[in-house]
Design a protein around this ligand. Structure first.
Ligand code: ADP
Length: 503
């Protein structure tokens, strides 16, 4: 009987389960959304039991939809929203509180204090991260401090904490496994990415007892089995990775110098830096990409753009110059260029490499002939320019040239965007046939560990088949001149909203 890989993709708004065959084709896919909780402005929580219920439900339905027996699943791979944490009781298996989601800002002032106390350098050196409420450590501390009795119970070894991968594996194994992988661990701000252990000095700083943390196991290894009752068979759990790292793997960016960019609401770019954790001078993050059992950990540099596809939503919902995201391509294609217009969508400030929280959006270069098509095209260009800024920052840090960019995410259905991206970067852009890179990455990690796929060479050939290539067409001269104009536009948007302006 044919064997398959089941991949679980536990995202921020939905839980998905996907079944892959030997050719890495998707056989069935089931998605279940779950509720978002906003107990206070800027606080975000998920019900960890609802996460589990939707994840289990989608896995069961995906198996039924594929019309296969659970015994035909060779292994399970898991990818997940990163940084989000769950604290649960080891005996009852029940969470003590809602999961605190990566987006939640409740610990922002604590993080400001840490920065003021001068811990930034130490934390960056050990974890590759910049101090921010985004990462798990301050969230775990908050749970221990604010859930009545939690700190005492934690010290007595009664509690377990983990990112979503840990929580799901604990549930899948009915409490037998309390593990995480280095890609997830490296987003907690408690993990030393150089010697690959929970760091005692950081645990002290955040006042978190070691014994509540999961054991760190490789991203690709058979780490245990599911309990038979859960899915109707004992299935190997063999792949674990945070969503962006899984996407890097799923895109086949398996060697140093290869990069992927995901174009969703924002953009997430990762550059594989091989077995070297490169410390960023450009305010990018250094992170563990994955670790395959018996091999050295692989690292990545990561940068993100806050507003990418969201700028297209803005064109649609606020500006109302398009009716659908897809229409942005039709409208922007109706003009040959932007007519000199630049849009800087700094709606919430600018991220890497600018890090200017007071920047605000601008449209500049408008003339009497400017129409909505020019603005739509300039908005698409803004996504590509911001990506180009990230590529340049990554290249400075890694001292390398990105020869091609692999892309995925909702906005990559826009061919014009990808052509513009190739032109602005002066680099080939590759969109694989498999646009579900994240969940595919989890499947590949699991399939490698259980020898479902022979090795990374077999995976690489599966991934590269039937990709679409976008080759740069713009002359170097025009490319350089346009990029300079973009930088001038960014300067004008910079620090727009500073308080002094109002005095
Ligand atoms: P996320 O995972 O962040 O929710 P998705 O990967 O689902 O995002 O992508 C959705 C985003 O992509 C939206 O912001 C939307 O505006 C944008 N988008 C979708 N289709 C297109 C398109 N054809 N052209 C440009 N942007 C698009």
């Amino acid at each position: 009987m044919d064997q398959y890989i089941l991949a679980l993709d536990q995202g921020t708004t939905s839980s998905r389960a996907v079944i892959f065959n030997k050719k890495a084709d998707i056989i069935s896919i089931v998605q279940q959304p779950f509720s978002q909780h906003y107990p206070q402005p800027s606080w975000v929580e998920h019900d960890a039991m609802e996460i589990w219920a939707t994840q289990l439900g989608s896995a069961q339905m995906a198996i039924a939809k594929a019309n296969i027996s659970p015994t035909q699943i060779a292994a399970i791979g898991i990818t997940n929203q990163r940084e989000t944490v769950v604290l649960w009781d080891r005996e009852t298996g029940m969470p003590l509180h809602n999961a605190i989601v990566w987006q939640c800002r409740r610990t922002a002032s604590f993080c400001d204090e840490l920065r003021l106390q001068g811990h930034e350098e130490l934390i960056q050196k050990k974890t590759g991260l910049l101090i921010d409420a985004y990462f798990s450590a301050s969230k775990i501390r908050w749970l221990l401090d604010n859930v009545p009795g939690a700190r005492e119970q934690a010290k007595e070894g009664k509690l377990a904490v983990g990112t979503i991968d840990s929580w799901l594996i604990w549930r899948l194994s009915q409490g037998k496994l309390h593990v995480t992988d280095p890609s997830n661990a490296s987003r907690t701000m408690l993990f030393n990415i150089h010697n690959m252990v929970w760091d005692d000095e950081l645990l002290d700083l955040f006042d978190i007892p070691h014994l509540i943390l999961p054991k760190v196991v490789p991203s690709s290894a058979i780490v245990g089995e599911t309990a038979v009752e859960v899915l109707g068979a004992s299935i190997a759990i063999a792949g674990i990775a945070g969503d962006q790292q899984a996407a890097l793997f799923g895109q086949g960016c398996l060697s140093r110098g290869q990069a992927k960019n995901t174009y969703g609401t924002g953009c997430f770019m990762l550059l594989n830096t091989g077995d070297e954790p490169i410390k960023s001078t450009q305010k990018l993050l250094t992170t563990v990409a994955w670790q395959i059992a018996g091999q050295k950990p692989q690292y990545a540099l990561e940068g993100s753009v806050f507003i990418a596809g969201a700028a297209i939503q803005w064109l649609r919902d606020e500006m109302q110059i398009i009716n659908s995201a897809a229409e942005s391509e039709v409208l922007a294609s109706s003009v040959a260029d932007t007519g000199g217009v630049f849009v800087v969508p700094a709606f919430v400030g600018l991220g890497a490499p600018y890090w200017d929280q007071y920047a605000r959006g601008i449209i500049i270069g408008i003339t009497r002939g400017t129409n909505r098509a020019h603005i739509a095209r300039a908005t698409l260009e803004s996504i590509a320019y911001q990506t180009c800024d990230l590529v340049k920052a990554l290249c400075v840090d890694a001292n390398c040239k990105v020869k091609e960019l692999r892309v995925d995410g909702g906005a990559t259905s826009n061919n014009l965007l990808l052509q513009i991206q190739a032109d602005i970067l002066g680099t080939r852009v590759i969109r694989p046939k498999m646009v579900e890179s994240t969940v595919a990455g989890a499947a590949y990690l699991a399939g490698l560990a259980c020898k479902y796929w022979a090795g990374t060479d077999e995976l690489a050939s599966l991934i590269s088949s039937e990709a679409t290539y976008f080759e740069p067409k713009l002359s170097l001269e025009i490319r350089v001149a346009n990029y300079k104009k973009w930088q001038r536009a960014v300067k004008r948007a910079s620090s727009w909203d500073v308080a002094e302006d109002y005095s």
